[in-house]
Write a protein that binds this ligand. Structure first.
Ligand code: HEC
Length: 92
């Protein structure tokens, strides 16, 4: 029985562990940015006059936008998204 419960816990947590920063970002953030940028959501981060210039600003922005996206991410999930954006687009 205990083994069965262990297996169930493992099965239930696997999708969470697999949900990396990109996955979280793409499911929660692309749609609104896409409508703001005429269908090119990533240009939100790469446009010439983009606002975020430092890691601290990025963390703040992700926090604020997560409210706009109506997600209840843990601090760790938010940090995964910050890392994804920093590595993929911002290269501070
Ligand atoms: C309801 C709409 C909406 C949603 C959902 C949304 N955003 Fe945003 N986002 C905006 C707006 C508006 C801006 C600001 C555009 C500007 O300042 O010109 C923005 C800007 C940003 C920027 C700054 C881009 C720059 O200028 O460098 C980041 C980073 C960002 N969003 C991250 C996210 C993340 C991460 C999510 C998902 C949790 C998300 N956003 C979801 C509306 C949204």
């Amino acid at each position: 029985m205990i083994r069965l419960i262990g297996l169930l816990v493992l099965l239930m947590s696997a999708p969470l562990m697999a949900a990396d920063g990109k996955g979280l970002h793409d499911s929660a953030c692309l749609q609104c940015h896409s409508s703001l940028t005429g269908g090119k959501p990533n240009t939100m981060y790469t446009r010439g006059d983009h606002k975020v210039k430092t890691l601290v600003k990025l963390q703040k922005r992700v926090k604020g936008c997560a409210v706009a996206a109506d997600v209840s991410w843990t601090e760790q999930q938010r940090e995964m998204v910050v890392q994804y954006l920093a590595k993929t687009f911002y290269h501070f």
